[in-house]
Ligand binder design. Structure first.
Ligand SMILES: [Zn+2]
Length: 370
């Protein structure tokens, strides 16, 4: 009979935590009196910063975005809040799609306006806001609204005016300068409204921009990722029959029940609202150039070791993924022994190692995500 000379020890190595990329938002409150209110200010600022951090973590980009905060206290108007990105200067002979300062900075690291704020957020505190995570039915979800607004500053925004002109007054039919989002602006059947020469199709714009509810009518977004996330169909954008400046074209379609509850609808009601981007909204962000953080949890597995007379059986159980099985006699010099793959949840993977009866050394095993 063989004596067991091998000390078997379970040693699970976890992968080093990676520093996660994120877009960080920094706020200048100096022009936002309501945010500096001695009593209410701290809660308001904390809620804005929490919402911005939630949104920033969606992106696999490293950037620091400076937003200038303004505020008002108007209980009569129906304005809740707004946000914008500054626009970079473009050369006189440039025509095409130009990202805002915020988007350009996130995607390229270039801060085209230097030390000036990259954009702004404005909040009307005359509205009944709820700043925490238990939103009353008769109050507006402040954090959800801030996520929505900052997404506009990030680039979820059309730059086309009601008459089809761009920001420089270029009429339809002539090469213009448009937002990156506008690259994917289309009519109800998904035909792009801006052509290869960066000219807007005037008649198609006039018909779609106030066309009404999707999917039969109105503006759509035809980016490849967005369409894939929407069953192969272009995604309806808000196109009410009466143009609404700032709302038309820059939101998902409130008049299409299939999009109900999504973050980027034009209107919001009181009560808790979605703070999590839908697959369609994430896909739109990918279409306009962003890489999003992976939402899959890192693989982890535990290792169990069974010994028979002639064999050591190493078995891993855990989340799907490939794991390197390492072996060591001193817990510091690890040699890869084999790779095991857990193909789906609930299954295990095993490796049989012939028992070395001549070794007097202790032997350790580990499993670590590949
Ligand atoms: Zn909006």
């Amino acid at each position: 009979m063989n004596h067991c000379r091998t000390l078997l020890l379970l040693a699970l190595l976890s992968a080093l935590p990676e520093t996660k990329a994120a877009v960080l938002f920094e706020f200048d409150y100096s022009a936002g009196a309501e945010f500096l209110d001695p009593a209410a200010g701290p809660v308001r600022r904390a809620a804005l910063e929490d919402a911005a951090a939630t949104l920033g973590a969606v992106f696999a980009h490293d950037a620091r975005i400076q937003l200038k905060v303004t505020s008002s206290n108007d209980s009569q108007g129906d304005l809740l809040a707004s946000a914008f990105s500054e626009d970079p200067e473009v050369a006189l002979d440039f025509f095409g799609f130009s990202p805002g300062i915020v988007q350009q900075k996130i995607l390229t690291g270039v801060d085209a306006n230097g030390t000036e704020a990259d954009g702004g957020v404005d909040v009307n505190f005359g509205q009944p806001w709820d700043f925490d995570d238990q939103v009353s039915p008769d109050r507006f979800d402040f954090k959800a609204t801030m996520i929505h607004e900052i997404l506009h500053a990030i680039g979820f925004s059309s730059s086309i005016f009601e008459d089809g002109t761009d920001g420089f007054g270029t009429p339809p039919g002539e090469p213009g300068v448009w937002s990156t989002f506008d690259k994917f602006l289309a009519g109800p059947t998904g035909v792009s409204l801006i052509d290869d020469n960066y000219a807007l199709n005037g008649p198609a714009w006039d018909s779609a921009s106030t066309g009404g509810a999707s999917p039969q009518a109105g503006l759509t977004f035809n980016g490849p990722n967005a369409m894939a996330a929407n069953g192969g169909q272009p995604v309806g954008l808000y196109s009410p029959r009466r143009w609404e400046e700032g709302s038309s074209g820059s939101h998902l379609d409130d008049d299409n029940p299939a999009l109900a509850g999504m973050v980027m609808l034009a209107a919001t009601e009181t009560g808790p609202y979605s703070r999590e981007l839908s697959a369609i909204e994430k896909a739109i962000l990918e279409d306009i150039g962003y890489t999003l953080a992976s939402t899959t949890t890192p693989a982890s597995a535990s290792l169990t070791i069974q010994q028979s007379r002639s064999t050591i059986t190493l078995t891993i159980a855990g989340t799907p993924g490939s794991y390197i099985i390492g072996t060591s006699t001193d817990m510091s010099n690890w040699k890869p022994l084999t790779t095991l793959t857990i193909s789906q949840n609930g299954t295990t993977a095993s490796y049989d190692l012939p028992l070395n009866t001549t070794s007097n050394k202790a032997e350790y095993f580990s499993a670590s995500p590949q």
